[in-house]
Write a protein that binds this ligand. Structure first.
Ligand SMILES: CC(C)(COP(=O)(O)OP(=O)(O)OC[C@H]1O[C@@H](n2cnc3c(N)ncnc32)[C@H](O)[C@@H]1OP(=O)(O)O)[C@@H](O)C(=O)NCCC(=O)NCCS
Length: 144
């Protein structure tokens, strides 16, 4: 991921944790959630971001490598999509990912999002294709 271009040191992670724990939503309009199992083990993280224009929110996610392939992120994204579409003034939710990020694209596809468009974008990380997929779920289609 391009946001990992700088090494993710423990100090940076602590600073991020402190910042999001003390400001809800964070100054950039994001709500960050940790995903834990019943014993408190970190499974991943998911965020709801107010950065895709009016009447829309974006979901982003990350799964701990030890817990992929179990539906953790699909189930969390499903729950967050439903919550987002219940918020007043929100018509749709978006998930953006590089076309080469097959596992990420599988999440919105599984949840009944539609692929709205694919747009070129600068390559910001070595494995990226430079083509950004825009997946959208509308309020009307939330039960799909
Ligand atoms: C993108 C990412 C979160 C996908 O992780 P993932 O483990 O594939 O996603 P999920 O947790 O939803 O798991 C889905 C898998 O669990 C399976 N699964 C098991 N139980 C399931 C359930 N109850 N519901 C849904 N899927 C289930 C699915 O069939 C799927 O298996 P498959 O990979 O063999 O097809 C992960 O690769 C990642 O963190 N990547 C780095 C960060 C990143 O790219 N973030 C997105 C930026 S756009």
């Amino acid at each position: 991921m391009d946001w990992l271009a700088e090494p993710m040191t423990l100090e940076r992670q602590r600073d991020f944790g402190k910042a999001v724990a003390t400001s809800w939503p964070s100054p950039d309009g994001s709500c960050h959630y940790g995903i834990f199992d019943a014993e408190g083990t970190v499974l991943g993280a998911i965020g709801l971001h107010d950065r895709v224009g009016p009447r829309a929110l974006e979901i982003g996610y990350w799964c701990h490598v030890a817990h992929t392939g179990r539906g953790v992120i699909t189930r969390a994204a499903d729950a967050l999509t439903r919550i987002a579409l219940e918020l007043p003034g929100i018509d749709h939710v978006e998930i953006h990912c590089d076309e080469a990020n097959i596992r990420s694209a599988a999440v919105p596809r599984r949840l009944g999002y539609r692929l709205d468009r694919v747009e070129p974008r600068e390559v910001r990380a070595p494995a990226e294709s430079g083509r950004d997929m825009f997946w959208i779920k509308d309020r009307q289609s939330r039960e799909v």
